[in-house]
Design a protein around this ligand. Sequence first.
Ligand SMILES: [Zn+2]
Length: 82
Amino acid sequence: MLPPVRCFTCGAPLGHLWEEFRRRVESGEDPARVLDDLGVTRYCCRRTLFTSITYIEEIAAYHIVRMRAARSTGEVEGVVEE
Ligand SMILES: [Zn+2]
């Protein structure tokens, strides 16, 4: 899933908070405290940020491997590698 752009329930914009939230939580800060610092007070918005899992980077890695394999077998033409 991609990072949340808006809260799924109330529609409040959250996309601008995602990177800082993720970075601080991954560095070991308490998620509740980070959400408080970011001014996210609604439960629905806190849930949206706290429960979001982004795996686009992992999927993209497999896509590249799959495209390379398909290209080597001639299955796909015109694939642009990065
Ligand atoms: Zn909300």
